[in-house]
Design a protein around this ligand. Sequence first.
Ligand code: ATP
Ligand code: MG
Length: 602
Amino acid sequence: MRLSQMLFVTLREDPAEAEIPSHKLLLRAGYIRRIGSGIYAYLPLMWRVLQKVSQIVREEMNATGAMECLLPQLQPSDLWKESGRWDTYTKAEGIMFALSDRQERELGLGPTHEEIITYIARDTIRSYRQLPLHLYQIQTKFRDEIRPRFGLMRGREFIMKDGYSFHADTESLKKTYQDMNQAYSNMFTRCGLEFRAVEADSGAIGGSGSQEFMILAEAGEDEVLYTEDGKYAANVEKAVSLPPDAEVSPFTSYEKRETPNTPTIASLCELLECSPTVVVKNVLYEAVYDNGMMVLVLVSIRGDRDINEVKLQNELVKLAPQYHAKTLLALNVPDEIAQKKWAAKSLPLGYIAPDLADDYISPNKEVAPKFVRIIDKTAVELKNFVTGANEIGYHVVGANWSKEFPLPNLVVDIRKATIGDRASHDSTQTLKSARGIEVGHIFQLGNKYSQAMGATYTNEAGEEIPLQMGCYGVGVSRLAQAAVEQSYDKDGIIWPVAIAPYHVIIVVPNISDEKAMNAAEKLYDELNAAGVETLLDDRSERAGVKFKDADLIGIPYRIVTGRSLKQGKVELVERATKNSQEIPLDKVVSTLQKAVTEAVTS
Ligand code: ATP
Ligand code: MG
């Protein structure tokens, strides 16, 4: 392609709308343009990058035996009602764009495709002989994100590869899951990315497991906790650890103490001269289920630790059937106004004890009459602990479970693991923290959707059984930007060769120099004919401008038809290292062909 014929507009200044380097660079280099919040146009250079990423993804998927298809983006609400996700997706999380058609039928714009694919499986899979089966697509997804930001990183319209597999049993599912683990590692390696596979939260489905693939970068929205022995890495949402040991409590007998103005753990520990590890703090939450039921939750946890709200949510989803609900819609820390809805009397906030009486909840058919009492494992072991006295300005010290306080009946790990904690697999290892950009997620779904939607198959014994399912996503457009976040310098983007929009850019410093122009044209034709994707900067711009632009757009190799042409040579500059060499004209094609092949296959 000739730059003189292309839509090629670069910006000298950083656009005000962009915060992180990759977003600034993609805008400045003319790859993307913002159309609205979280909505971007992929300009020709970007589209080439996206197609390269898609092709790598496609090749690795096909190699595992998965088959590409294309599913509708307009999805009838009926299917989402069958799976029970319509309300969660349109109301609670509100992530799905919903609309009604001219006949007042409700539709959603696909944020993901479990419902559609399960419908297809129900319709087409009859027998174990058709299994396993794996279908995938590469397509635009729509999500009404709360905070669209960072350009393509969190868009409201973005490109995803999503695949769904169907199996007769969990063994077969696990095999495909392993294959996907390998296929994903191959994809990201081929795209030239430094990544890490981490354990991920698999929501309330739990059990079977899920893994995320993270591109390590400061701008990442996710936190990854890992150990240096390479044996443990997990998203903080899922991470487990061993907490520091609790100190021995200085209080040996049970008594109530006046502790004015100590609603926080820090202020309390200062007054009582004790460690936060001997305190049991009690945190109140309101859980709202999909049938409108509100349940009040009291979580007891050691004073020096924080609650992992993802783990808490998963526990509360498990309780849904108890309240005749399917799922949890929201989890809030109640404020003054919220309390008015259910509190029978003023709550001793900041001084709550684990046995806060149920009569704080006023009778109301939409509010469960009893607190759900949950305790984190680390708080169970405490002896002679300090906790609230259910009275503003008072705490108790020297308390013990089963003596002064009944042990809450739900004992779970609900604690947030943090940097510096000892690792669960090896207590000599401590957890380190890094920021990551989630570019892929593989997930064993089990029979959640097949059960809800009645997608079954008949086994050899003639029994009808719900299909086992897995799902596997790659954020194609997010990945492309993440590659820039991982690879740039002060002058611009440095594309990994495998996903660069072009391999080579030929810069003619002065287009009125006929010899230089002719040599460039000849190389341009030869390189493209040899499969080396080449751009020709034939614009009537100053040489300095052209060099700056070439660096900014990040094409891996630059050829300059300049002074050395007199000796039958051109300059070859590698973008990543800025190394430059002069090579004879007749060696240009073979040199670049070799360089590109090596870079793409290594
Ligand atoms: P996140 O936690 O970042 O919101 P997710 O867990 O909701 O992502 P999945 O449903 O697992 O995302 O989607 C599969 C992949 O699609 C993700 O791994 C990510 O790379 C990509 N993705 C998800 N949401 C967006 C978005 N708003 N913009 C761009 N890519 C996205
Ligand atoms: Mg995910």
